[in-house]
Design a protein around this ligand. Structure first.
Ligand code: BGC
Length: 741
């Protein structure tokens, strides 16, 4: 029997190798037939006409160029029939090399999911993977081969508009989520009809833009790069990510797009990445603006040499590479390497067998926003909501409430619920998107009266709607007040210098508070906002981010307790913009503050409390959890050994709930200054009222290791603090152990 199994395994692995070989053979055979022009064509990507996502270069002869084999890929082309149309043009080219269709399917396609930052607040890796899986199924049926996601940039600056697109500030959580998203998009294997290729972006350190201003420079030490910014990319690669996208920023003076160190040496060298790298939109040409290249020809030379394989929309490769090869400045083997990487993916996707296999109108009809997808989107959206305050236990609301006033500029919005970076299928009727109002209407019974007032706009200074809002509040038993930033105030090129509630919304909250009615404040945003007056004066606050097409249903599920909120913040919420960058895992300083108000020659601001407004990992539930019995399996652990930390969690409240139990470690003395604490594991568990569960975390050497000055990744013997808690600040139990040689 054993023999049988190993023979089978041998056969399976052999067939894997031979299949791989045959793809490589096919690639080589095809390459041998290609002219230099055709090769360069494969490295060239143009945008189509759907929702253009960057500054356009004019390519009026796109269609003719496709027929001439001068384009290898298109972005922003979508829909089964539309993609088929473009593919038909490619089939008229001499070698009939199919086009790759790429699109930013960032958090859903027709069914949209919470913004990635919101989804990260679920800390639910299965749910996150499922969200990406559904996005892949829907978009793949619509002709898309390749999504420009996941975005795995770590960012500690909520002014940066693109924090909405990532997993927040923490490298450990971000790495786990990166892995889950790639698995979700790519499924079992490339070429399955329900999978798309992932594109991990933006390589690298784009989230460290100085001042949180998009596209700005990045200045990070090599050690910080390895410790904070690169791990989520590596994790995505370990999950099998097919492609990478480089980034707009320079890193320590070298634009990422022309950065040989990160692309060639780290990604393709050290990490042995065998997929391809696409530039960001126009980023090859933008090296001229950086003052790094004198013209597009030099930019093309620098980018191809550095390891950028495909040129998105800058036309630098298209018009300069051939000349560079002829002049002997770029060797043809460099071009061949880039072409092979791209062709290999086209073969793996099965496009040479059937170039139209993803463009299937019938499948598209079946997949898009089907009931199964809708159900998942509703569940994931509910899991992403974070309950910030519930001091008076106003929540959950009773379905028997007689009159509910639903007030605010967000209440009746439809498409906005998609959030930024959703593919707004403009030709598609938006009736399937559930507004907050519709969600509430569906939730309550006939005996509940619902009243509505807009109150004010999102950014407008106009207060003329306040009176109506106050009247509605006065007639209501309970008020739900939905405020926040517009869905497109976060996202690409959406950095904000002040991250408060825009317009007169906080004034509206103050007016309504005067009515004395119980008020539930919902905050819709793509980033942590600053809302101190509200946070200090309103007892009930729910952070709803932008939750996607099922937003209204999910919000009502939480408001009425059909789902008990379980989200935890994936980013620290500052008290003011002046506190930014603020993040929980900062380095230990020589003068740490002893407490919240300590200003005695310590590292603090004299005009502000020392803590953040809401901490990383924070979020409430309608039930409560007790942490007890922290046990370490041993007090001393050898480097090649493991140590177990067990802890018992009890649901001490009256209803079923979920808790994200977080494990933090601190290396007390090391040859490099270490953070005050670092998340090293977490578990999301579900407990019925009164139920207890013991969970076990395993600590191994990798969790203790860090990058040394010479970039060696290793642990150092000595003492470690173990902290288990409900947030980075709410540490419930502590322990300590020694690491020996
Ligand atoms: C963004 C990328 C995106 C690309 C294509 C760029 O502006 O930075 O994240 O994938 O456009 O839409």
């Amino acid at each position: 029997m054993k023999k049988h199994v190993s023979l089978m395994l041998l056969l399976i692995s052999f067939s894997g190798i031979s299949q791989q070989k045959s793809i490589d053979q096919k690639v080589n055979e095809l390459l041998a037939k290609m002219t230099l022009e055709e090769k360069i064509g494969q490295l060239n990507q143009y945008t189509g006409d759907h929702a253009v996502t960057g500054p356009l270069t004019m390519n009026p002869n796109k269609k003719e160029e496709i027929k001439a084999g001068k384009i290898g890929s298109m972005l922003n082309v979508l829909g089964a029939n539309y993609t088929r149309g473009y593919q038909e043009l490619a089939m008229q080219s001499r070698l009939k090399i199919p086009l790759l269709f790429g699109l930013d399917v960032v958090h859903g396609y027709k069914t949209t999911f919470p913004l990635p930052l919101a989804e990260a607040a679920s800390w639910d890796l299965d749910a996150i993977e499922l969200g990406a899986r559904i996005a892949a199924r829907e978009s793949a049926a619509s002709g898309i081969h390749w999504t420009f996601a996941p975005m795995v940039d770590i960012s500690r600056d909520p002014r940066w508009g693109r924090v909405m697109e990532g997993a927040g500030e923490d490298t450990y959580l971000g790495s786990k989520i990166a892995y889950a998203r790639v698995k979700g998009f790519q499924g079992n294997k490339l070429g399955d009809l329900n999978s798309v290729m992932a594109c991990v972006k933006h390589f690298a350190a784009y989230g460290a833009a100085i001042g949180g201003r998009d596209y700005n420079s990045v200045d990070v030490s090599e050690r910080a790069l390895w410790e904070t910014y690169l791990p989520p990319f590596k994790s995505a690669l370990d999950a099998g990510a097919a492609t990478f996208m480089n980034s707009f920023n320079d890193i320590n003076g070298i634009p990422a797009t022309g950065n040989k160190h990160i692309q060639r040496d780290i990604l393709k060298g050290k990490w042995k990445f065998d997929g391809f790298v696409v530039s960001d939109w126009g980023s090859i040409g933008e090296m001229i603006n950086h003052g790094y290249s004198k013209d597009k020809k030099e930019a093309a030379y620098q980018a191809i040499t550095a390891g950028s394989d495909m040129d998105m929309e800058s036309n630098s490769y298209r018009y300069s590479l051939a000349e560079l090869v002829k002049e002997g400045k770029v060797s043809e083997s460099l071009i061949d390497d880039a072409v092979k990487r791209i062709l290999r993916k086209k073969f793996e996707m099965g496009l040479f067998d059937d170039p139209y296999r993803y463009s299937d109108a019938k499948r598209q009809q079946k997949e898009l926003n089907n009931p199964e997808n809708t159900k998942a989107a509703r569940e994931i959206a509910a899991k992403s909501i974070v309950l910030l305050k519930n001091e008076a236990n106003t929540l959950p609301l009773s379905k028997a409430t007689k009159t509910i006033g639903f007030i605010g500029p967000m209440v009746k919005l439809k498409r906005a619920n998609h959030g930024f970076w959703a593919i707004d299928l403009k030709d598609v009727d938006s009736s399937y998107i559930v507004s907050q109002w519709e969600g509430l209407e569906r939730k309550v019974g006939k005996n509940t009266k619902l009243l509505y007032a807009k109150g004010c706009g999102i950014t407008s200074p106009d207060k003329s709607g306040f009176k109506e809002a106050v009247d509605v509040a006065n007639q209501s038993d309970v008020v739900i007040l939905s405020v926040g930033e517009r869905h497109d105030m976060s996202g690409e090129a959406k950095s904000r210098s002040s991250i408060g509630l825009p317009g007169v919304q906080e004034e509206l909250i103050k007016e309504l508070q005067k009515t004395g009615k119980p008020i539930v404040v919902l905050i819709n945003a793509g980033r942590p906002l600053v809302f101190n007056w509200t946070a200090d004066n309103m007892p009930t606050i729910v952070y709803t981010w932008w939750l996607g097409s099922e937003a209204g249903n999910a919000i009502s599920d939480v408001l009425f307790g059909d789902y008990n909120p379980s989200g935890k913040l994936p980013m620290t919420f500052p008290r003011t913009e002046g506190q930014i960058p603020i993040y929980y895992n900062h380095m230990s300083t020589g003068r740490p503050a002893k407490n919240e108000d300590d200003k005695n020659y310590v590292s603090a601001y004299i005009d502000l409390q020392n803590s953040p407004k809401f901490a990383f990992g924070y979020g409430l539930s309608y039930t409560t959890f007790k942490y007890s019995d922290l046990k370490l399996s041993k007090n001393t652990m050898a480097k090649n050994d493991k140590l177990e930390v067990s802890v018992t969690i009890t649901n001490t409240g009256k209803r079923l709930g979920e808790e994200v139990v977080q494990l933090y470690l601190r290396d007390k003395v090391a040859s490099i200054v270490r953070p005050v604490k670092e998340l090293k594991d977490f578990r999301k568990i579900k407990l019925s009222a009164g139920e207890s569960k013991t969970i076990v975390f395993t600590i191994d050497d990798e969790k203790l290791a860090f990058y040394h000055e010479n970039l060696e990744f290793k642990s150092e013997s000595g003492s470690f603090d173990v902290m288990v808690g409900a947030s980075s600040e709410d540490i419930r139990l502590k322990g300590e152990f020694e690491l020996s040689e």
